[in-house]
Write a protein of this length. Structure first.
Length: 823
C-alpha cells in the first residue's frame, strides 16, 4: 500500500475496473428487485453542479441498497427530444427551426444530442454514479418514440385525450403552445390606462385596462350587476375607440366594483378571465396578436408591430384624440414562459389535451398512496393539483419531438390512428394502413409534436422496456409483472408539478396503479446570491469538469452528502476541504495499520476478544444500526454523521490509540490477545469501508483492493454485503464500562499533551474517581489495562458524586474523574 493516495490515477483505474467487471449491472447483483426511476437529464447545454448534487444523492441510496443485498436496477436516460433541445440547438448553432425546415433541423438536433450525451456519460462516470451503463435510453430513440406513441393511442382509446379549438397558452418566441406547468410569474412595470369608450347615446364610458393594444380584439364590456353606476347600460352596445366597432355591454358578478372604473373590457385574449367570459357568453374570437408575436391585420395601423411597440403606438394615438383620460404606473405579475421568459399570450388553436381537471380527485388520492421523502413535499403536489385551471395541453407546434400518430379526415372531420405495428411513425412521411371509417381517403397528417413531458412521464414503462428488452407497447399490467410500481423515483422539487404529477397521472390512466412506492425529492444548489444555479448560467469555477480537476470525486460527493433531502444548499468550498481531510485521514488510518491486517486468518473468530475489542465491535454495530435506520428513511446526511462520529472519535482517536502498543510491541502481550485485536481491526476496518462506500466509492474501493480483496474474494467492495460482515456484536456491559475507561484515558492523554509530555511518560500516581459505587469495583478489574494505557505506576480507585469528567494534577498525583453518564 502506497503511503500517499494518488486519486487521479486511482479514479481512472477503478472506473475502468467497474466498467470491465460490470460491477453495477443488475445481472451481477442478483436479489430482490429494487428499481430506480432515474430522471433523464435534459440534453440542453452542459451539466451543472446542481445535477451533480441531486444525482449523487440518488447514488448514495443505490449503493447502500445494493450492499443491503437488493438487486438494483438503476438505468440511465437522456431526455433529448422537445423544446429544451430545440432552444439549445437554435442558440448554439444560431439558427431558427422554422427557417431551416423540419428535416434539416432534426438532423442537427440529432448531432448535437449525440455529442452532449457522450459528455454527460463521461462526467457521470467520473463522479462515480453506479448506474447500469448497459441499460440506457434516449427519449428520441425509435423504441421510446414507439412506446410514447403507443401510450398516446392507448390513452386516446381510453378517452383521456381530446383535441379541440381551445384557447391555449402560447409563447410567440418559441412559437408553440405550452402547458400551465411551464409558466413562471414575473413582476413587471406597466400602466393602468383609463380609456374613453362611447355608449349608444354618445356618452363617455371609462374603461381601465393594462392592455390597450388589444382594443381591436375587444368583444364585450362587463360591469358588476350590483354597480348602480352602470345597471342602466345592461343589454346596450358600446363603441370601441379608434376602431369604431360595436360590442355588447354585459353584467357579470366577477367584476370588481372597486377596481379601476368598475367597467372592464373583454378581449380575445388578454388574460384568463377573458377566456372564461369568451366561453360563458359565446363571444366572438378576434385575434390581433399573431403566432409570430406581431400585430395582425385586424389591429389596423398597428399591424406588424411587436406587442410592446403596439402598446406605445396605441397610447400615442389615444392621446392624439383625447381618448386617454388617465395613466397610473403599476407593477403586476404576468405569466412568462419558463424557458425563455417571454410573456405568454393566449390564442385559439387546435390542440391535443389530456383530461386532468375532471380527474383531480383520483390524482390527489394517488399521492396519498405514495411515500413522500421529505413528507412535506406532498403538500406541494396537492396544492398544485388542487389549483390547476387547465387540462394538460400536450401538443407543441415544433419539429424535434415525437409526432402524434394521427391523420385527420377532411371529409368527415374524424381521425385515423396508426396501428401499433406501424410505430414509431411520422405521419407526415407515412400514410395510415387503412382509410377513415367514413370511407374517405383525404387524410391530412397531424403536424404537431408532443410535449416532451408527455414522453418523460412514461419513464416507468421506458425502464421496464429496457430491463425486459421486450415490446411492451400494449402497456399490459400482467406483462409488466412486478416492475411497476417501481421502488423509487428521485427528482428535484421544481418538477413536482410536471414530471412527478404527469407520471402519477399517466400510470394511473394506463394501469390504474402507482408509478412508484417512494418519491425522494432533492433540493437545489444555490449560488452565493441564493439563486438557483441553472444550466443556462455560466459559472465556470463551479462547472463540474473544473471541480473534478481540482478535487477527487469523493470529495465533491462528500459535499453533496451534506445537504438534507428537499432543502436547497449553498455551494461550500469549506465543506470540500473537510471532505479532502476525510479522504486523506481514511487512507492514512489504513496505511497505519495495513501490515497488521494483511496476513491473518480472517475467518476464525478468536475465542476471547478482550474488553477493548468488544467495545469497538459493539460501537461499530451500534453505528451500523443507526446508519441503516437513517438510510431507510433516505436520510443520507444523518447516516453519514453516524459514520463520521464512529470513524474519527471512536476508531481513530480512541481505538487505534488503545491498541497501538499491542500492534507495535506484540511481544509484551499475550499472543491470543494480539491475534484477537488484529482480527477485530480487520473486521471493523472493513465495516468502516462499507459504511463510507456509498459516499466515497473511490478511496474505499482503492483500500479494499489493496487490503481486503484477497481475503474477501468479492471483486469489488461495492458488491460486498453488509450482512457478510458481522453485524450483531452486542457487548453492552463491556461497552458501558469501556466507555468510562476510554473517557478517563483520553483525559490523561489530553493532560500529557498539554504538559508537552510524551504519551509514554510514566505517571507516578493516578487516582481514578468514579461517581457510581458499583462501577468502582468493576472498573478496578481493568486495572492492568488502565495502567498499560496511561503508564501509571500506581493506581487508586475512589467514589465521589459528580456529573462530569475531568483531569487535574495536584502535588504529583493525577486525579481522573469520570461520571457514569449513559452514552
Ligand atoms: Zn418561449
Ligand atoms: Zn372520414
Amino acid at each position: 500500500m502506497e503511503k500517499q493516495f494518488d486519486h487521479q490515477t486511482s479514479q481512472a483505474q477503478l472506473r475502468a475496473l467497474w466498467l470491465a467487471e460490470k460491477t453495477y449491472s443488475i445481472e451481477n447483483n442478483p436479489g430482490q428487485l429494487y428499481n430506480i426511476d432515474t430522471p433523464p437529464p435534459t440534453v440542453s447545454g452542459a451539466l451543472h453542479i446542481g445535477h451533480i448534487f441531486s444525482y449523487t444523492q440518488t447514488d448514495f441510496i443505490a449503493r447502500y441498497k445494493r450492499m443491503c443485498g437488493l438487486s438494483i436496477f438503476y438505468p440511465f436516460g437522456f431526455d433529448d427530444n422537445g423544446l429544451p433541445t430545440e432552444r439549445f440547438v437554435e442558440k448554439k448553432r444560431d439558427v431558427k427551426a422554422y427557417q431551416l425546415g423540419r428535416s434539416k433541423f432534426i438532423e442537427i438536433c440529432l448531432e448535437e444530442t449525440k455529442s452532449a450525451e457522450h459528455a454527460f456519460t463521461d462526467l457521470w462516470q467520473r463522479i462515480g454514479l453506479s448506474a447500469d451503463w448497459d441499460h440506457t435510453y434516449s427519449t428520441i430513440s425509435a423504441q421510446v418514440r414507439k412506446l410514447s406513441q403507443a401510450s398516446f393511442i392507448d390513452l386516446y382509446k381510453k378517452g383521456f385525450v381530446y383535441r379541440t379549438d381551445e384557447p391555449a397558452l402560447y409563447c410567440t418566441l418559441c412559437r408553440t403552445s405550452v402547458a400551465q406547468a411551464e409558466l413562471d410569474d414575473k413582476e413587471v412595470a406597466s400602466f393602468f390606462n383609463d380609456i374613453v369608450f362611447k355608449d349608444a347615446y354618445g356618452n363617455d364610458l371609462l374603461i381601465g385596462t393594462t392592455r390597450p393594444e388589444l382594443l381591436a380584439s375587444c368583444v364585450a364590456l362587463f360591469f358588476n350587476p350590483t354597480d348602480e353606476r352602470y345597471v342602466h347600460l345592461n343589454g346596450g352596445m358600446a363603441e370601441v375607440p379608434l376602431y369604431k366597432i360595436s360590442v355588447p355591454i354585459l353584467p357579470n358578478p366577477d367584476v370588481d366594483v372597486q377596481k379601476g372604473t368598475g367597467l372592464v373590457m373583454c378581449c380575445t385574449f388578454g388574460d384568463q378571465k377573458d377566456i372564461q367570459w369568451y366561453k360563458t357568453y359565446r363571444l366572438d374570437y378576434k385575434q390581433s396578436i399573431g403566432f409570430d408575436g406581431k400585430m395582425t391585420k385586424r389591429a389596423g395601423f398597428l399591424e406588424g408591430l411587436s406587442v410592446a411597440d403596439a402598446r406605445k403606438g396605441i397610447i400615442e394615438e389615444l392621446i392624439k384624440y383625447n381618448l386617454l383620460i388617465r395613466q397610473r404606473p403599476i407593477t403586476h405579475a404576468v405569466n412568462v414562459h419558463e424557458r425563455c421568459k417571454k410573456e405568454i399570450e393566449f390564442v385559439l388553436l387546435k390542440q391535443w389535451f389530456m383530461h386532468i381537471l375532471k380527474h383531480k380527485k383520483a390524482l390527489l388520492a394517488q399521492a396519498d398512496n405514495i411515500n413522500w421523502y421529505p413528507a412535506f413535499m406532498k403538500a406541494r403536489y396537492k396544492d398544485w393539483v388542487e389549483h390547476l385551471g387547465w387540462d394538460w395541453c400536450i401538443s407543441r407546434q415544433r419539429f424535434f419531438g415525437i409526432p402524434f400518430p394521427v391523420w385527420h379526415c377532411t371529409d368527415c372531420n374524424g381521425l385515423v390512428l396508426a396501428d401499433n405495428a406501424q410505430l414509431p411513425i411520422d405521419p407526415q412521411e407515412t400514410g395510415p394502413s387503412s382509410a377513415c371509417i367514413c370511407g374517405g381517403t383525404n387524410l391530412v397528417a397531424d403536424a404537431d409534436v408532443m410535449d416532451t413531458w408527455n414522453t418523460s412521464s412514461i419513464s416507468p414503462y421506458l425502464c421496464a422496456q429496457l430491463l425486459h428488452s421486450t415490446d411492451i407497447t400494449s402497456l399490459d399490467a400482467q406483462q409488466l409483472g412486478n416492475f411497476i410500481p417501481m421502488s423509487m423515483r428521485p427528482q428535484a422539487h421544481d418538477i413536482i408539478r410536471t414530471w412527478a404529477f404527469y407520471t402519477i397521472a399517466k400510470v394511473w390512466m394506463h394501469q390504474n396503479t402507482l408509478p412508484w412506492r417512494d418519491i425522494v425529492i432533492s433540493g437545489h444548489v444555490l449560488s452565493d446570491e441564493k439563486e438557483k444555479l441553472s444550466k443556462s448560467k455560466d459559472n465556470a469555477s463551479l462547472a463540474p469538469h473544473n471541480l473534478l480537476e481540482k478535487y477527487p470525486a469523493d470529495v465533491i460527493r462528500f459535499w453533496t452528502a451534506s445537504g438534507s433531502l428537499g432543502h436547497d444548499v449553498t455551494f461550500s468550498e469549506n465543506q470540500l476541504k473537510i471532505g479532502q481531510k476525510l479522504v486523506t485521514k481514511l487512507w492514512n488510518a489504513f496505511w497505519f495499520v495495513h501490515t497488521h491486517i494483511t496476513d491473518i486468518d480472517t475467518h476464525t473468530p478468536p475465542a476471547q476478544l478482550g474488553a477493548i475489542n468488544e467495545w469497538v465491535l459493539h460501537m461499530a454495530t451500534d453505528c451500523f444500526n443507526q446508519y441503516q435506520k437513517a438510510l431507510e428513511m433516505y436520510e443520507f446526511s444523518a447516516a453519514l454523521s453516524q459514520v463520521e462520529h464512529f470513524f474519527w472519535n471512536i476508531f481513530c482517536d480512541n481505538y487505534l490509540e488503545l491498541i497501538k502498543n499491542q500492534l507495535f510491541n506484540p511481544d509484551q502481550y499475550d499472543q491470543n490477545q494480539v491475534l484477537a485485536t488484529r482480527w477485530t481491526l480487520y473486521h471493523v476496518g472493513l465495516r468502516i469501508l462499507q459504511l463510507y462506500a456509498p459516499y466515497l466509492p473511490y478511496v474505499t474501493e482503492a483500500i479494499y483492493q489493496e487490503l481486503y480483496k484477497k481475503h474477501e474474494k468479492t471483486i469489488s467492495l461495492h458488491q460486498t454485503k453488509f450482512a457478510t460482515v458481522q453485524t450483531k456484536c452486542q457487548f453492552a456491559d463491556t461497552a458501558h464500562i469501556m466507555q468510562q475507561i476510554v473517557t478517563l484515558t483520553a483525559n490523561v492523554r489530553k493532560l500529557k499533551s498539554s504538559k508537552q509530555l510524551s504519551l509514554k511518560t510514566a505517571i507516578a500516581h493516578l487516582t481514578v474517581i468514579i461517581d457510581d459505587e458499583n462501577l468502582v469495583a468493576i472498573i478496578k478489574q481493568h486495572d492492568q489495562l488502565i495502567r498499560g494505557i496511561t503508564q501509571a505506576e500506581r493506581t487508586e480507585y475512589g467514589c465521589n458524586p459528580t456529573n462530569s469528567s475531568s483531569i487535574e494534577e495536584k502535588d504529583g498525583v493525577w486525579y481522573a474523574v469520570t461520571s457514569n453518564v449513559q452514552f
